[in-house]
Ligand binder design. Sequence first.
Ligand SMILES: CC(C)(COP(=O)(O)OP(=O)(O)OC[C@H]1O[C@@H](n2cnc3c(N)ncnc32)[C@H](O)[C@@H]1OP(=O)(O)O)[C@@H](O)C(=O)NCCC(=O)NCCS
Length: 195
Amino acid sequence: MQGLSNLDERDIFLRGKTIILKALSENDVLQSGWYGWFNSEEATEFVQQRYFPNTLQKQLEFYRSGIANSSTKIQLGIVPNGMDTIVGVVSLSNIDFLNRKAEFGIMIGDNASRGKGYGTEACLLLVKHGFERLSLNKIYLGVHAEHTAAIRSYEKVGFVQEGRLRQEMLTNGRYVDTVVMSILAEDFRGKTAEQ
Ligand SMILES: CC(C)(COP(=O)(O)OP(=O)(O)OC[C@H]1O[C@@H](n2cnc3c(N)ncnc32)[C@H](O)[C@@H]1OP(=O)(O)O)[C@@H](O)C(=O)NCCC(=O)NCCS
């Protein structure tokens, strides 16, 4: 939006070296490319949300009913330094405070913003928040077995592969496995101590 800054300092929740993670609002739904990312063949090549079209209305409802007041999901917007609009979103969902675990998810929807290290840094920031502030013991995720960039990014943060779900996703006429990965609080503490 020309002349208008979408980034309000008061919304910044986590700060990294190359990005910030911000609390999401209806403005982010209205003013960023968010809903369109889920219509983009490129951005959704390896994710489940590629089968049904998305709309601005659906995205607003998703935000209002699933994020705005949720106590089992945290979803934040990714804004690279020097920019004022989200280029992606990152989340911890299914937060389970009894077993102290949650599921990690990420979407860098803006094509020009992938492959610049933002995904890995966003993952690291939210995983750190999960272990150090939410007191989680385990963070897990599922990833398309051929999604090299995502698997590499998760491994850099300290996730390990713990299993495979066979033929979970139909991609271009082929059924592909999902790799289940996880990181434990003790792995994260060990990795942080090494650095
Ligand atoms: C997967 C995703 C989160 C990775 O984030 P990113 O910012 O693009 O990736 P990074 O720049 O942090 O790179 C992570 C690693 O993957 C490598 N990588 C990046 N793009 C790659 C590609 N197209 N092929 C192979 N490796 C790639 C990088 O080189 C880096 O490894 P390195 O540091 O050893 O060189 C991001 O691309 C994305 O959101 N994609 C669309 C939605 C999606 O697929 N979400 C994941 C669902 S599980």
